[in-house]
Design a protein around this ligand. Structure first.
Ligand code: TRP
Length: 451
């Protein structure tokens, strides 16, 4: 395809891909997962998942995408020479479309909280804040509209193309995000008694490590690295031939991990400082934190006010660079396979995701919109993070490790033998052939009660 876009620079590649990785997964999901699964011990398991499953998994998607230079479905089919493998690409596109649907609902909540912080509506006692969240998220109309608004913002960036839309937005938003995060971390760790929160994050208690912790850490690692949905494969199709894949994958994984840790350092010291328990689950940042900000900065309310605005702005930026990547997977597919104009292709995706978002949003706080005993929103999260992403990553590693041409895989990994990273090739191959598929298989079997 002649008119395919490309990222314009090395830093653009790293920031756009890290932008995809860094998102609500780091700032919303990671802290509550860590809070519920025992703090530092969870983080260590999580780190193991990133090193042994995450980085090899990212590399495999990079290899498929960059070699094929096309959308996910065609990339998987052409990489293996077998049309059936294209289904793995299609599975990825489907997964990321579902994720975009429920993710935008949470992103819409962030928009609402950003507005509410600015107008000072989040001030009040804990019962008021709890009630605020429940009545807002359970409202049938407003959250759905905000979710759709978020998808539309994403849409208009994606339509501008790879270099002018995605790369530009990431180059602006990522540094901004980092600065906001640092400012809030500094404010948080200097609070009285903040050290208890730091200890919770850094001192492991291994008695907390159960099989559930492994499962959750694995799902979190895949979700956070945007792995298993061909998202990285699509981005890699815009990489240049000279991009060092191992170096880029390691840099992105490192940035992603550091930002998650910083998010923990922002939330837990503040929570412990005012005596709030860290295990309140998904509502942590919407119910617990507004109270935490108020109480922690009660000596200087204006600081609490500013921090609250910065925090929700941070969430909005982080979410946006991620929704862009989820949107791009489907847009590239419809554009290249159905030969639709890029803007039309983007509309197809926008409409489908908006419908999913509306149903997910309606399911919050309503017992009747359930699938398999879970509200639709939680079901989508479970289905994607704990079933579809691991399955996608397992199939990708089987494709790259066992079915594809070894010469091509090696050429891509080593940039035609020119890269210094070629010494790591045997280790990569070992991970991708044995460690990744076997561990994911065991974990999935465990999940379904087979072992
Ligand atoms: N990684 C993002 C986060 O941490 C979410 C995300 C973006 C994603 N693209 C994805 C998750 C593709 C799975 C698949 O918030």
């Amino acid at each position: 395809m002649k008119d395919r876009g490309h990222f314009g620079s090395k830093i653009g590649i790293v920031l756009a891909t890290a932008g995809s990785a860094v998102g609500l997964g780091n700032i919303w999901r990671f802290p509550y997962m860590t809070g519920q699964n025992g703090g530092a011990a969870f983080i260590l398991v999580y780190l193991g998942c990133i090193l042994f499953l995450g980085i090899p998994g990212m590399l495999s998607e990079f290899i498929v995408g960059r070699h094929s230079q096309s959308n996910a479905a065609r990339a998987y089919a052409s990489f293996s020479g077998g049309k059936a493998w294209g289904l793995v690409g299609i599975l990825g596109i489907l997964t990321s479309t579902i994720i975009l649907g429920f993710y935008s609902v949470v992103a819409g909540w962030c928009l609402q909280y950003l507005g509410a912080s600015v107008t000072g509506q989040l001030k009040g006692d804990p019962t008021y804040v709890l009630h605020y969240f429940q009545s807002f998220s359970g409202n049938p109309v407003k959250p759905a509209i905000l979710g759709i608004a978020f998808i539309l913002i994403t849409h208009f960036i994606v339509v501008r193309g790879v270099r002018n839309g995605i790369e530009r937005a990431s180059k602006l938003l990522m540094p901004l995000l980092f600065i906001l995060l640092l400012v809030i971390v500094v404010a948080s760790v200097t609070l009285p008694d903040a050290s208890k929160g730091i200890e919770f994050l850094l001192k492991p208690d291994f008695s907390k490590v159960t099989t559930k912790v492994f499962l959750e850490a694995l799902g979190q690692a895949f979700f956070s690295l945007s792995l298993g949905t061909a998202c990285l494969c699509t981005y890699a199709s815009y990489f240049s031939r000279h991009t060092h894949l191992l170096q880029s994958a390691s840099q992105i994984a490192l940035i992603d991990f550091l930002i998650a840790l910083l998010a923990g350092l922002m939330i837990f010291p503040a929570a412990f400082s005012v005596g709030v328990q860290p295990d309140s689950g998904p509502s942590l940042i919407f119910i617990t934190l507004p109270n935490v900000f108020q109480q922690a900065f009660s000596f200087m309310p204006i600081l609490g006010y500013v921090i609250s605005i910065l925090f929700y702005a941070l969430l909005v930026f982080a979410a946006l660079t991620s929704t862009i990547s989820m949107h791009e997977i489907g847009t590239a597919f419809f554009h290249e396979e159905l030969k639709l104009r890029r803007s039309r292709a983007a509309w197809v995706l926008t409409v489908v995701c908006s419908v999913i978002a509306v149903f997910c949003s309606l399911s919050v706080g309503k017992p009747d919109l359930q699938l398999f005993g879970k509200p639709l929103m939680d079901f989508c999260d479970f289905l994607t993070a704990q079933v579809m992403l691991p399955a996608g990553a397992m199939l990708t590693s089987i494709l790259v490790g066992w079915c594809a041409s070894k010469t091509i895989v090696r050429e891509e990994f080593t940039n035609n033998e020119t890269s210094r990273s070629k010494v790591f090739y045997p280790a990569y191959l070992f991970c991708v052939r044995y460690i990744v598929p076997v561990s994911i298989f065991l974990i999935l079997m465990h999940e379904f009660g087979v072992i």
